[in-house]
Design a protein around this ligand. Structure first.
Ligand SMILES: NC(=O)C1=CN([C@@H]2O[C@H](COP(=O)(O)OP(=O)(O)OC[C@H]3O[C@@H](n4cnc5c(N)ncnc54)[C@H](O)[C@@H]3O)[C@@H](O)[C@H]2O)C=CC1
Ligand SMILES: [Mg+2]
Length: 353
């Protein structure tokens, strides 16, 4: 077992170890499930807080109360984020930190916790804290993950994708007031009924080109692989059956040679396990019939066009501003990696990460 897994196992099993880890761990703040983010140019940063130790974060926004130094309007200010001090300002004591949920740990054995400041509870000790004031105090704001997803760094987003919302305690459990608060790791890891929907995502190839599609809800110019929920309730299908059905339903093609590639947790619309597969069409069967109820458009794209779109530098938001014929999903999405893998296989060379 790796050191990281060993440590995580200890935290899950041992309440005391978990509480001790809160002293040195990193906290990610949420308000009613929405993460605290800081705007930085075209991107969003995900601030981390320590319990009492000072963490210095560079930010372009100013923040009252937590400024250590401000170096002029256009220079980044440095803000100090300390959870205890912040909670104190809003009339909360460090007890509130006990509401944190263990959501993971780093390879360096730093435990990660999520703390929702918007949890509503009958107990005044756990009142919902004011959303915009707290955001402003921290030089950021609480933003719906879905709105920010294309502007997060992949390293940051992977943490938010641990799907804190699925692991937090139910509000009714807290509202009862009679229950002892469960231990932190109980909320994070010992969920009895995790709800996760399996979704297949398929990159279809005809040997020379790959098939990409877009929904009207996608950002302008963005094309991705075909995705769809597995029909577990009605048809009880396997991954292979789901791939065949989804591709047939969405673009009217029959596929074969279905190869599993990778998987990813995806927090939308609730919590999904994305199962990525590559597949090929039957020779000569390449005519697409786009299901306009599900998709806005679908088309075959050649290697050069896809490779060029993958190589394009700059953030997603910047690229959107350019007159670009094709935009691909950002690195944090499994679709990006499937497309990259396809390009590498077709061109026989590996691309930079
Ligand atoms: N991480 C990635 O790279 C990508 C992720 N996705 C995700 O894949 C998911 C599925 O893709 P879609 O084309 O939207 O699916 P889809 O093609 O199955 O169509 C969506 C419809 O499926 C139905 N549905 C069945 N089971 C459902 C469930 N458990 N939850 C919600 N709706 C359910 C609903 O009626 C919904 O309108 C989306 O959540 C999307 O965000 C999509 C593309 C890339
Ligand atoms: Mg779909």
């Amino acid at each position: 077992m790796s050191l990281r897994h060993e440590y995580l196992f200890e935290l899950k099993e041992d309440d005391e170890a978990c509480r001790k880890a809160q002293q040195t761990g990193a906290f990610y703040l949420f308000h009613d499930l929405d993460p605290l983010l800081q705007a930085s140019g075209h991107r969003y940063l995900v601030p981390r807080l320590s319990r009492a130790v000072t963490i210095l974060i560079r930010t372009s926004t100013t923040s009252s109360g937590f400024n250590l130094s401000s170096r002029g309007e256009n220079r980044p200010a440095i803000i100090e984020l300390r959870l205890e001090g912040l909670l104190g300002k809003f009339g909360q004591d460090s007890q509130r930190i006990e509401d944190s949920v263990l959501i993971g740990c780093s390879n360096q054995q730093e435990a990660w916790f999520a703390l929702d400041l918007g949890l509503k509870s009958a107990s005044s000790a756990r009142a919902s804290l004011p959303r915009s004031e707290m955001g402003a105090e921290l030089g950021g704001s609480f933003i719906k993950l879905r709105q920010a997803v294309f502007q997060l760094n992949s390293a940051d987003s992977s943490l938010l994708f641990t799907d804190y919302k699925n692991s937090r305690p139910s509000t009714c459990c807290l509202a009862e007031g009679s229950l002892e608060p469960p231990s932190p790791q109980y909320w994070g890891y010992r969920r009895l009924h995790p709800e996760m929907a399996p979704v297949v995502i398929t990159l279809v190839s005809d040997g020379a080109r790959c098939l990409l599609a877009r929904q009207s809800s996608f950002p302008k110019g963005l094309y991705s692989a075909l995705a769809g929920f597995c029909d577990i309730a009605f048809a009880g299908e396997s991954v292979e059956e789901a791939v065949q059905r989804e591709v047939a339903e969405e673009v009217g093609l029959e596929v074969e040679n279905i190869q599993y590639s990778a998987s990813q947790h995806w927090p939308f619309p609730n919590s999904s396990l994305m199962i990525a597969c590559h597949a090929t069409v039957k020779p000569g069967h390449t005519e697409i019939q786009v299901n306009l109820k599900e998709l806005e458009a679908a088309a075959w794209f050649g290697l050069d066009e896809v490779a060029t779109a993958l190589r394009r530098k700059g953030s997603f938001a910047q690229q959107q501003g350019e007159a670009s014929p094709l935009l691909l999903p950002p690195k944090l999405a499994i679709a990006h990696h499937m497309i990259k893998k396809w390009v590498e296989k077709q061109s026989g060379s590996s691309l930079a990460a």
